[in-house]
Design a protein around this ligand. Structure first.
Ligand code: ZN
Ligand code: ZN
Length: 277
């Protein structure tokens, strides 16, 4: 129960941050001159989380996906985790043309980064925006922790989504967690976080109100908004926070299972109904 309350608090805090962010982003200019006289249209990549779910899952508007991996060099993601993300995208969406681009970015030097700072950093650094039939996804691997987190706290945030095609992975939190377990590798923790956050960009669980009306998920966790209540599902809230993710993944290994949970039947049903696989 105590653990549940902690998720609940963390989710409420996140929702609050997210709402603050959306307000902040609303009046932002979405077109920039790239200096060469060409205009970059960013509008399609400045929408709310979950709004591009159908674009990820189906090929009706976009048949190509470019994933831009922005990373602070000291916390570059592992190749194994990126391979797992690629497999997850191939397995769950209709996309077959998926490529990854690496973009080194400077560390902010801060111990914590707010979602506002992360969004600003994306504005400054992101180069891949939707174009023609190419959909783009931006993933920022930061060497900072989420706002309000400390390495000494038992439960800290491993990842978050903050726009329709934007995600942040808190590598400092993942590394701190990896140092506390000999059973689960850093690669597996990175992969689990990437896949969980990707599930959110697929719209799980009931993340976009309009989509949720057409494609409702019937097993949303009453104690953790936008997470799945099905035992053993990748979209359970436990995967987003360090101590609970460790417990879930170590528990699976003790039972001889793969450490990273799959999506459960209800999440799979919703994705399939939306046109994914
Ligand atoms: Zn989550
Ligand atoms: Zn589920």
């Amino acid at each position: 129960m105590r653990t549940k309350l902690r998720y609940c608090y963390a989710m409420k805090k996140k929702l609050f941050l997210l709402l603050g962010l959306l307000v902040l982003l609303a009046p932002q200019c979405s077109r920039d001159d790239d200096g060469g006289g060409t205009t970059i249209d960013r509008t399609a990549n400045l929408r709310s989380t979950g709004e591009s779910a159908l674009d990820f899952l189906t090929n009706s508007t976009f048949d190509r996906l470019v994933v831009e991996l922005a990373f602070v060099p000291s916390v570059r993601p592992t190749d194994a985790a990126i391979d797992d993300l690629r497999d997850f995208l191939l397995e769950r969406t209709q996309k077959t043309d998926i490529s990854f681009e690496f973009l080194p970015v400077e560390s902010s030097g801060e111990l914590e980064e707010t979602l506002q700072e992360i969004a600003q950093k994306e504005n400054d650094n992101r180069t891949a925006y939707n174009n023609g039939s190419t959909l783009t996804l931006y993933i920022y691997f930061t060497d900072a922790l989420a706002e309000g987190d400390s390495e000494n706290t038992e439960s800290i945030t491993l990842g978050a989504v903050y726009r329709n095609t934007s995600m942040v992975i808190y590598q400092r939190a993942i590394r701190a967690l990896a140092s506390r377990t000999t059973l689960v590798s850093r690669e597996e923790l990175e992969a689990a976080t990437l896949m969980h956050e990707m599930g959110h960009l697929f719209g799980l669980v009931n993340l976009d109100a309009a989509l949720a009306e057409t494609f409702p998920h019937n097993l949303e966790d009453p104690a953790a908004n936008n997470h799945c209540d099905e035992e053993g599902c990748l979209m359970q809230a436990s995967l987003e926070f360090s101590s609970s993710a460790k417990k879930v993944m170590e528990g699976r290994m003790a039972k001889g299972q793969q450490p990273i949970p799959d999506l459960g039947p209800e999440c799979l049903r919703v994705l399939a109904s939306m046109g994914g696989r």
